[in-house]
Design a binder for this molecule. Structure first.
Ligand code: IMP
Ligand code: MG
Length: 187
């Protein structure tokens, strides 16, 4: 049973519902009356997909979606600080787009700080960042997101899109893995 591997629930489904409602309302407020520009939610695969889906259904502002797949993470649970682009945005009209990057969690801050710079270089009108979870105590570069669902302590979490070894993404809450979950899947 998946849930038996969860030592504690850090962010409940109810709290996720509240934080997504709050963020969507703030984005609606910030992006109203912008004329012809397109609003693009750019989901970072794979961890952001559940959060992105919730935001899409709660936003009243018309928007489009795009995805990028990047990694700044090596094997295991420590960040390597390297950003690799595995899947890029191919559209050529970024000069007409306001972009909100949607991420599952900010740890070192390297992924998002690199991505903001990259998308501005590609000519986006504006680039903001939105994260469901934030671990400010783990920062290695000076970075803060424009929209933050919830700050959490320095613990490795899974669920609501976040994985450990591709597992646990489907859990409807965010939880801390029990120590047993780390044994048995080592190479
Ligand atoms: P950063 O570049 O160090 O900020 O890395 C952020 C990325 O690290 C996220 O998109 C996640 O993929 C991954 N990550 C960081 N902390 C966790 C965690 O607690 N659980 C699952 N993935 C995490
Ligand atoms: Mg990720």
């Amino acid at each position: 049973m998946m849930d038996s591997m969860i030592a504690k629930v850090l962010v409940s489904a109810e709290e996720i519902d509240e934080l997504t409602t709050r963020i969507a309302a703030k984005i609606d407020e910030d992006y109203s009356g912008r004329g012809d520009k397109r609003l693009v939610l750019l989901g970072i695969l794979k961890g952001s997909v559940v959060f992105l889906g919730d935001l899409m259904r709660k936003l009243k502002t018309p928007h489009e979606i795009e995805f990028m797949k990047v990694s700044s993470y090596g094997a295991g649970t420590k960040s390597t600080g390297e950003l690799k682009i595995h899947l890029d945005v191919t559209r050529s009209d970024l000069g007409d787009c306001d972009i909100i990057i949607v991420e599952d969690i900010i740890d070192s801050g390297r992924t998002l700080s690199h991505l903001v710079r990259y998308l501005k270089e590609r000519g986006a009108v504006s680039v903001r960042t939105c994260t469901c979870l934030d671990k400010p105590s783990r920062r290695e570069v000076d970075f803060s997101a424009d929209y933050v669902g919830r700050e959490i302590p320095d613990e490795f979490v899974v669920g609501y899109g976040l994985d450990y070894d591709e597992k646990y993404r489907m859990l409807p809450y965010v939880g801390v893995l029990a120590p047993e979950a780390y044994t048995g899947s080592a190479e």
